[in-house]
Design a protein. Structure first.
Length: 149
């Protein structure tokens, strides 16, 4: 994406926002234009549901919600992604290791929202909450995102 949210080498930190701002932002990004795809298969059985996840994180000041609101747009203005199942075993994160773009990619979009299995979405949110707690990250503080093996 053009904005490079959270990328240290591009000097684009994310900034923690309040939890209440996060809830409001999530409601704007994952609005009624997000159509859930029903039940997804995990570990060989239909035991999870599709959910909406967004980036930059809803509880950051860089959330796309402010731009959506300012420009009077819906969450459909975000780049749209879908998790892709890449394995039949291991953790949910290992099983859903791929991503595909839905429609034409909009690299200048104010946000990304994706179809993610609900359990995986919840565990990711839990990891972010743990990061905030363990690093004692206060509202208004900057942080970087690093994805690795």
């Amino acid at each position: 994406m053009k904005a490079h949210w959270g990328l240290k080498s591009n000097h684009s930190p994310l900034t923690r926002a309040s939890d209440s701002a996060g809830n409001d932002n999530r409601d704007l990004v994952c609005d009624s234009t997000f159509k859930r795809q029903g039940t997804v298969v995990v570990k060989g059985g239909k035991n999870d549901k599709d959910s909406c996840d967004e980036f930059p994180y809803a509880s950051t000041k860089q959330s796309g919600a402010a731009t959506l609101k300012k420009e009077k747009k819906t969450g459909a203005a975000c780049a749209q992604l879908q998790s892709v199942r890449t394995s039949n075993s291991g953790s949910e994160a290992a099983q859903w290791g791929g991503v595909k773009v839905i429609g034409s990619p909009n690299y200048a979009a104010p946000c990304v929202r994706g179809h993610v299995p609900l359990k995986l979405n919840g565990s990711t949110a839990g990891s972010y909450s743990t990061f905030i707690r363990d690093q004692r990250l206060f509202v208004g503080e900057n942080f970087w995102v690093s994805v690795g093996p």
